[in-house]
Design a protein around this ligand. Structure first.
Ligand SMILES: [Mn+2]
Length: 334
C-alpha cells in the first residue's frame, strides 16, 4: 500500500466511525472471512455491522463472530446505510454482486472501500484495493490489517482469514498460492489457528444426503465429444430428493477436473424458485473460462473459476452451452 493511500485510510479511521462490511451475494468463506476479520479489527473503536445480501451456508457458522452477520432486509439495511460513514465491499468487483444492496451502496454518502482479487474491478469505490494476483481477499485483508495496526491481530481475526485463504486456494494448492500466501498462513498459525479443526469444519461437516447428492452429480457427468470438457447438472428434483441446502454443491464441479486430459468442468444447477440455471465453470492450464462466462452466460469471475446464469430450461441451457463452447474454442484455441 503506498504512503498516500495509507495516510488517507488512517485519516478516515482517526475518529469513531459507523462501518458497514458487505460480502458478495451467497457469500463463501473468503467473503465472510474478510468481513469477520475486519469486524474484529474495527469493532472496539467503531460501530461495525456486517450485512450479507442474502443467506449463506450454515457450514460457515463456526467462524468467530458469525452471530453478528445480518441478512439483508430493507428496513434494517435502510437504517444502517442512512448513518454509515464507511462501507467496505469485500471479495467482489461489481455492484451487481451485492444484489439488492447495490442501490443502497450507490445511494449512500459513505466512503466506499473495495478490497478484492477479481479481475477488472468496476470503478464505484472511493478507495479501490484490487489485486487479481492475490490468492484471496482474506490474504489482502491480512496485509491491510498488518499495515494499519499489527498489534490488533488476534486468534479470532487469524481464524477468519485463514479459513478464507484455505477455501479460496483449495488448501494452498491452486496456482494463486504464492510463497507469500504460505508465509501469511504460517503467521496465522502463530496466532493459534487450529489448522485441522478448520479443515474438518469446512470439509467434513455435512449431512449424509449431501454425500448422496454428490454421488448423483458425479454420476451425471457427460463428456463433450472430442473436447476436453465435462459437464453435469443438479436438477430441482435432485435437490428435493436430497434435502438440498445452500452450499451443499460447493466444490462438486471440481470433480470433473480430476479426470486425465480434462481442462474444463461445468456444473448447471436448476433454481426453480428464481427461474434460472446457475452455472459454475472451472478450468486449468491455458483454458480460461471468465471471458466465455461473460460473453455467453452473463457472468464472469477468475480465469479458472467463473460463474454464469441462464434463463433457459436446464436441457436448453446444456444445449446452448455445447454450441457456445464449441464456437468459443474455435475462435480462441484452434
Ligand atoms: Mn475470493
Amino acid at each position: 500500500m503506498d504512503k498516500k493511500l495509507l495516510d488517507n485510510i488512517n485519516k478516515l479511521f482517526s475518529i469513531r466511525r459507523k462501518i458497514i462490511l458487505i460480502p458478495h451475494s451467497s457469500p463463501d468463506a473468503d467473503a465472510l472471512g474478510s468481513c469477520l476479520a475486519l469486524y474484529h479489527f474495527f469493532k472496539d473503536q467503531n460501530d461495525v455491522s456486517i450485512i450479507s445480501p442474502n443467506d449463506y451456508t450454515e457450514i460457515l457458522n463456526f467462524l468467530p463472530g458469525s452471530e453478528n452477520i445480518i441478512i439483508h432486509e430493507s428496513k434494517l439495511s435502510e437504517e444502517l446505510f442512512k448513518n454509515a460513514d464507511i462501507i467496505f465491499t469485500l471479495d467482489f468487483n461489481s455492484l451487481s454482486r451485492a444484489r439488492n444492496l447495490s442501490s443502497f451502496i450507490t445511494n449512500s454518502s459513505a466512503s466506499i472501500i473495495m478490497i478484492d482479487h477479481h479481475e477488472n474491478p468496476d470503478k464505484y469505490a472511493n478507495i479501490t484495493i484490487s489485486n487479481p494476483k492475490m490468492s484471496s481477499t482474506c490474504e489482502m485483508v491480512y496485509n491491510f490489517i498488518i499495515t494499519l495496526d499489527k498489534s490488533k491481530m488476534n486468534y479470532e481475526i487469524a481464524t477468519c482469514i485463514y479459513t478464507g485463504i484455505v477455501a479460496d486456494t483449495g488448501s494452498f494448492r491452486f496456482p494463486s498460492t504464492t510463497s507469500k500466501t504460505l508465509k501469511v498462513g504460517s503467521e496465522l498459525i502463530n496466532y493459534g489457528v487450529n489448522v485441522t479443526e478448520i479443515f474438518e469444519k469446512l470439509h467434513n461437516n455435512f449431512q449424509f444426503k449431501r454425500l448422496k447428492l454428490l454421488g448423483s452429480t458425479i454420476n451425471n457427468f457427460k463428456k463433450i465429444d472430442r473436447l476436453p470438457i465435462l459437464y453435469t447438472s443438479i436438477s430441482d428434483e435432485d435437490q428435493r430428493l436430497n434435502n438440498f441446502k445452500k452450499g451443499d454443491s460447493e466444490g462438486f464441479v471440481n470433480f470433473g477436473l480430476t479426470v486425465i486430459g480434462i481442462l474444463c468442468s461445468v456444473l448447471f444447477i436448476e433454481k426453480k424458485d428464481e427461474g434460472v440455471i446457475k452455472i459454475s465453470f472451472r478450468s486449468k492450464g491455458d483454458f480460461k473460462v471468465n471471458i466465455f462466462a461473460s460473453k455467453y452466460f452473463n457472468g464472469g469471475g477468475h480465469e479458472h473459476a467463473s460463474g454464469g446464469i441462464s434463463k433457459l430450461s436446464l436441457i436448453e441451457t446444456e444445449k446452448k452451452f455445447i454450441t457456445d463452447i464449441r464456437q468459443y474454442i474455435k475462435e480462441n484455441y484452434e
